[in-house]
Write a protein that binds this ligand. Structure first.
Ligand code: GLN
Length: 570
């Protein structure tokens, strides 16, 4: 740090509680990336959100994605990673998951904007005749639409909007976004807007040097678009020295204290602490005139310490068809990490390819696992392998958590092997199955209300008294995010229950099965929802806590229980 922190840490007054003068306007921080992709720009934006929130500010994160898809809902997770679902049913970029996990804020679908969604609404307006004979152009029509989307998020009750621009500066696709955020500074006043650029400083082994040239080029590119960064976050695989910082400051025209080092972290949740030590939140508050106390990071720090100090480890397998790209199951993996760290345990995550679980060797993939998760998915590929893994877990009393498709496969397995219903299946995979234990059940109101056949977003469920699920959540009425079409077929409910599968949670109108569990098993729980989306590092999710506890019990490890997430909503 080169400067004192008085202006940003001298008082504990909340900016929105100032009594003199007009209320502080909403501030906007734009985060861009340079040099290469996958630098952890999303983690940087999330970490800044955490730091500002820890200073008592109300923050909301947003992502602008340059691709033409209207939303990532139809994109293959193998290419793009998981689709993150918001409370209001938005199918969004996985960076929104990072934002939520770091800041603890539940975002709305407006926090994800794609080029496709921008063009779609501009073209719809043009067709409606809203532009009154104008020639519709990138500037101003597309850029105005982008600015509207940013402004709209700022209209929520917040102090700071942190908007990340996807892609890398220099990409053709992100040009309209850069132009829009440049204009935005003029629209709302430069004092209310700042630009943070995340770049890479590579280490060249042969000359044993960290190189700043790519950063200089990337900043030059950004400045050619009219944007001068206020802060540069420097990603590197090692610490950067004062010489590197000074050089970047000089060549890129930023204050030395605004060059923030971000060397590789041991754990992603350590990044806010590293950036705080580098002075990021102080520089941001100074630049935007936000007067707050120092951030309270005690709880966050002890959560990270606990994660880094675990000595004992459990082995949990995720059985899926996209295991070649772990980002496809990002929230599931994170939820497992939260639950393991929350109980002082290390997690050895084993990626089990469901395609390979059908032959004679299937069980060998599963033999040394302490717990198994069957995540969600669409389409038939890999389903038989998941069913095999579930049979193995049921018969060998291995703790199992089934998520969405994981619940459906559990019912298929139980139907086939316990109820003796040969070829029991979901009509998604076999429309003419003799035993459609999973089928389309959605009522017509449901379809109309949600604008499609998919159940998307937050839905309530009532948990059965005395069930393990109810005990874990600690309450009767819970809300979780959904993203699916098929349901347990109500015609089979009685048979399932009679044979020992408890329907431990139903929709409030009793129409849909939301949770199942096996009565005679250490931990066999399935949910039609995606609880992974609501797990946070500092408040792990109860169902994942339950799985981890049962997995640890299998290896006789003692566990401590922290608070779990509160799933009630107003
Ligand atoms: N394919 C299943 C359905 O549509 C499960 C979806 C999921 O796991 N998200 O119901």
């Amino acid at each position: 740090m080169d400067g004192p922190l008085f202006t940003s840490e001298s008082t504990t007054q909340h900016p929105s509680e100032e009594t003199d003068g007009p209320p502080t306007p909403t501030k906007f921080v734009f985060v861009t990336g340079g040099v290469v992709s996958s630098l952890g720009k999303g983690i940087a934006a999330s970490s800044l959100g955490r730091l500002l929130k820890s200073r008592g500010l109300r923050v909301v994160n947003q992502k602008l994605d340059p691709y033409i898809n209207v939303d990532p809902g139809t994109m293959n997770p193998f290419q793009h990673g998981e689709v993150f679902v918001t409370d209001d049913g938005g199918e969004t970029d996985l960076d929104l998951g990072h934002y939520e996990r770091f800041t603890g804020e539940n975002l709305k679908r407006t926090s994800n904007v794609t080029s496709g969604s921008i063009y779609l609404s501009v073209i719809q307006k043009e067709r409606r005749g809203d532009y009154l004979g104008d020639t519709v152009q990138v500037i101003p029509h597309i850029t105005n639409e982008i600015k509207d989307r940013i402004r709209r998020v700022g209209e929520q009750d917040v102090d700071v909007v942190i908007t990340e621009v996807g892609g890398t500066v220099g990409d053709i696709e992100s040009l309209p976004f850069l132009e829009a955020i440049r204009q935005f500074g003029n629209d709302v006043g430069r004092e209310n807007v700042m630009f943070v650029h995340v770049t890479l400083v590579p280490y060249i082994a042969t000359s044993e040097e960290l190189k700043t040239k790519p950063t200089q080029h990337s900043v030059a590119e950004l400045r050619s678009k009219g944007i001068t960064p206020d802060v540069i976050i420097v990603r590197s695989d090692r610490e950067i020295d004062e010489g590197v910082r000074k050089k970047i400051s000089l060549f890129c025209d930023v204050q030395p204290r605004a060059v923030i080092a971000a060397p590789d972290a041991r754990d992603i949740y350590e990044v806010p602490l590293i950036l705080h030590d580098g002075g990021l939140d102080a520089v941001v508050c100074d630049r935007l005139g936000l007067v707050t106390g120092p951030p309270n990071l005690d709880a966050w720090r002890s959560m990270v310490d606990r994660a880094l100090s675990s000595t004992r480890t459990i082995r949990v397998g995720i059985v899926g068809k996209y295991v070649g790209l772990p980002d496809a199951y990002l929230s599931v993996a994170e939820a497992l990490r939260h639950a393991a760290a929350g109980q002082g345990l290390g997690l050895d995550l084993i990626w089990v390819p469901s395609d390979e679980l059908t032959g004679l060797l299937a069980d060998s993939y599963l033999e040394d696992l302490d717990g198994i998760v069957i995540p969600g998915g669409f389409g038939y590929r890999g389903v038989e392998g998941k069913v095999q893994a579930i049979r193995y877990a049921r018969e060998n009393r291995v703790p199992l958590l089934g998520l969405c498709l994981g619940l459906q496969c559990s019912v298929i397995e139980f139907g086939r092997n316990v109820l003796g219903l040969a070829d029991a299946n979901s009509t998604e995979f076999d429309p003419s199955t003799p035993h459609p234990v999973i089928d389309l059940m959605a009522s017509q109101e449901d379809v109309e209300e949600k604008g499609g056949t998919m159940r998307l977003g937050l839905y309530a469920a009532k948990l059965a008294e005395g069930s393990k699920t109810r005990e874990l959540y600690g309450q009767e009425l819970v809300y979780e995010r959904h993203r699916h079409r098929w349901e347990v077929n109500n015609r089979y409910r009685k048979d399932l229950e009679k044979a020992g599968m408890r329907l431990s949670g139903l929709s409030p109108d009793d129409n849909l099965v939301e949770y199942i569990e096996l009565v005679d098993h250490p931990y066999f729980v399935g949910t039609q929802a995606h609880p992974e989306f609501r797990s946070r590092p500092d408040t792990p999710h109860p169902l994942f806590m339950g799985l981890v506890r049962a997995a640890a019990a299998r290896t006789d490890q003692v566990v401590v229980l922290p608070e779990t997430v509160d799933l009630t909503i107003e």
